[in-house]
Ligand binder design. Structure first.
Ligand SMILES: Cc1cc2nc3c(=O)[nH]c(=O)nc-3n(C[C@H](O)[C@H](O)[C@H](O)COP(=O)(O)OP(=O)(O)OC[C@H]3O[C@@H](n4cnc5c(N)ncnc54)[C@H](O)[C@@H]3O)c2cc1C
Length: 340
């Protein structure tokens, strides 16, 4: 039986710790409950927001609608062949706990994505990624409920139209589906990726000669704990901006003026990815603070709430950063975080 709550604070439900109210709130733990609340909403017509761990969104005002907290639980091995284990995880499972489960079971492929906050259900939304691996690399399919009629549809990897922090659910199918579960295809014979970031140095530091799933997960965890603010201590939603992808011709031109500007060629294209953190630092924002809204001193890509910043204050800071970067480099930064 679903339980609707009225006018409750969303502060405990978003990693920025923004204190706004939602008109309605409902926790759903089964497909039946989802269908029941969708039926209720047919006559009540509220805008709908599906909430996972709240670690990739910024509330700039009270939410005048229905927040649905997806709490579907369960992880199971549904099949295996000579190469892969197929793991089905329900949307309400915590992502990192699911990674840890797979690491412990020797299911290989997602250890580089250890310690990403949030839930499984949100992971395909923006094709989460870290340390050279994205969910699209291991993604088999997902099941989602169509909000308009309550039917369940399966999407395979191609149908999700994954891109860099993108999927079809952020574009053509925006606000049309509630993701119920995800199936990942994880390797039996490992193929490690330790070339990205400082993983190799960290493994050396850990005295690891032969990396395995556990040691890579541990290395990534240690690096992330050093680099990123813990949302339980300082409100944040990880990278606030995407790394811009610009024409290589423009990059080459900028490089003449900014000799140390980093850039990574996007394979098989005439585009280059530029670290947004570098652009933000160059324009003087690193460590900037206005009231309780700030740009994290150790990773300028992360905007933070030091205590009682409002979502609007953080949003305004992000707008100023976008404008300054545009004025200096002619590069348009895009927000990665979902704004409500
Ligand atoms: C410290 C920190 C570090 C981070 N590092 C990374 C990183 O390395 N890589 C990375 O990719 N991200 C990173 N993030 C961002 C975030 O962890 C991911 O985007 C994560 O997938 C968000 O999950 P969530 O459950 O918290 O989603 P939420 O914030 O609850 O929701 C995000 C969006 O997805 C929608 N949504 C959520 N669940 C569902 C569902 N079941 N069905 C339909 N729509 C849904 C919501 O409506 C919203 O639009 C980081 C965040 C923090 C705070």
């Amino acid at each position: 039986m679903i339980q609707l709550q009225e006018n409750i604070s969303l502060k405990p439900f978003n990693s920025f710790g923004i204190d706004v109210l939602t008109k309605h709130f409902c926790r759903v733990a089964s497909l039946y409950e989802i269908q029941e609340i969708l039926e209720w909403n047919k006559t009540n017509n509220n805008p709908l927001l599906v909430l996972g761990g709240g670690s990739n969104l910024l509330f700039t005002k009270n939410y005048d609608g229905l927040v649905l907290q997806n709490a579907l639980k369960g992880i199971e091995l549904i099949k295996e062949d000579h190469e892969y284990f197929y793991i089905k995880a329900m949307a309400g499972e915590n992502w990192h706990e699911m990674v840890t489960y797979c690491v412990n079971m020797q299911y290989q492929g997602i250890e580089n994505m250890s310690l990403i906050p949030g839930n499984v259900g949100a992971s395909p939304m923006q094709n989460i990624g870290a340390y050279g691996v994205e969910i699209k690399d291991v993604f088999e399919s997902l099941e989602a409920v169509q909000i308009s009629n309550g039917t369940v549809i399966t999407f395979d990897n191609k149908a999700c139209e994954f891109g860099y922090r993108e999927s079809v659910f952020k574009h053509q199918l925006r606000n049309q589906f509630i993701i119920l579960s995800v199936i990942l295809k994880l390797r039996k014979i490992p193929k490690y990726n330790t070339s990205y970031g400082n993983i190799e140095q960290e493994l050396i530091h850990m005295n690891v000669q032969e990396p395995n799933i556990q040691s890579i997960a541990e290395a990534v965890t240690r690096i992330r704990q050093r680099k990123l603010p813990d949302p339980t201590k300082i409100g944040n939603a990880g990278s606030f901006f995407k790394n811009p992808i610009i024409p290589t011709a423009l990059y080459d031109q900028l490089k003449q003026d900014y000799k140390d500007m980093p850039g990574f060629a996007v394979s098989a294209t005439a585009f280059t990815k530029v670290p947004a953190a570098w652009l933000i630092e160059q324009t003087g924002w690193k460590g900037f603070r206005i009231g309780d809204a700030g740009c994290y001193p150790f990773q300028p890509l992360v905007l933070v709430n030091y205590g009682s910043a409002t979502g609007a204050e953080i949003f305004n800071l992000s707008t100023q950063i976008i404008e300054k970067v545009k004025a200096c480099f002619g590069i348009q930064l895009e927000r990665e975080v979902n704004i409500y």
